[in-house]
Design a protein around this ligand. Sequence first.
Ligand SMILES: [Zn+2]
Length: 453
Amino acid sequence: VRQLPSQGARAPLAVDAVGAVLRGPADQLAVRRANLGLVLRHLRRTGPTSRARVATGTGLNKATVSSLVGELVERGLLAERGAMPAGDVGRPGRVVAVAGSGAAGVGLEVNVDYVAAVALDLDARVLFSARTALDVPRAGAGAALDEVARLVRTASAAAASAGAPPVGAVLAVPGLVRSGGGTVALAPNLGWRDVPVRDELVRRLGTHLPLGVDNEANLSALAEAAQGAATGASDLVHLTGEVGVGAGVVVGGRLVRGAAGYGGEVGHMPLDPAGERCGCGRRGCWETVVGLAALLRAAADPDDPVRDPSLDLERRLDELRRRADAGDARTLAALAGVGEGLGVGLSVLVNVLDPQVVVLGGCFAVLGEHLLPPLLAQLRERVVAPGPAGTRVVLSALGFTAAARGGAQVALDAVLDDPTLVPLAAHPAPALPPVAAGPAGAGAALPIEEAQR
Ligand SMILES: [Zn+2]
């Protein structure tokens, strides 16, 4: 079983082919793979364009680009799209574009009271999406991973029947994932300790699909930065609110994982050493004030359906929001308390990290309208930098699907790093209609940072 590369790796560089020839056949294959990935990533960024423009944009020569494009078409990852629109500079030539259905990534999430899956193609189209309500701490890791495996099979089958071969699956978990090994060292709110998640999934699924495991907040941050509320931001904090609270932190365009992969555990910042007992065993962690359990305890009695973990979480949160919108005093007071607590903890993160954007995800996104006013008041009060620091606080655009979508994205990134993961002639690429004037077709300048050497 291949391990998926960790996120945040730089785009592969065009490699000196002459040097590789001198170093031997293994290097030549590595160069070929890297250059296939370079061309694919380039076309994903620019949109449909000619081979000549790919050559200019990547710094590869035209003959090499023609050969690489030919192979990518055979692998179903690129498709011919007719001629460049009239009026474009230079001779008219055929245009190539990323074939969205060339590959599908499967993303999964296991959380305290649900297991979810999504399959995305290379155009980030959703081919499959499902969520199962499950009391995971009570069901145990074995039953939860049975359900994950079932969803991997269903999502893969749905992607394949939509014409996009699945190339990998990445599971998001609310806990500490040991770098590289696919083992969850600790997920306090699931009651998991040293669970070899990837090995367990391989045992259930066989070895046909590369499998990865990552922290849910990390994957959510990647999804929001790629296609959500923080698109294009290079410095962001994505805060997920479930029973646990975690952060995916992106600094300078890179995910901050820490030395062993355990970074971002903001839910266990000890904000009140004399406070409530946390799922981790300590006292006064931030999530004991702002996590879902704290919110529900404050908002409803134990026999209230909004506190029933066997019911779908989104429906329970919709009910809470309905009560708040209707002016229910207890609900509003509970949300005001959580909003204030969020602002206090976030001011620590904003003072330390100075992000452009803070994205509120999970439960926080659903209830955001009611959380934001007290949250922003605390930020204004406690952030040292003026303004406060120019940080925008936005609600997740992807909601509960963010972590799973991030997982699917990471699975697809493996293909962008090594397009040979998709076998030759896995499926014949359909001829697509001629391109309308797109970003590159309209003669827009190619990004110059890819012109190497
Ligand atoms: Zn804790």
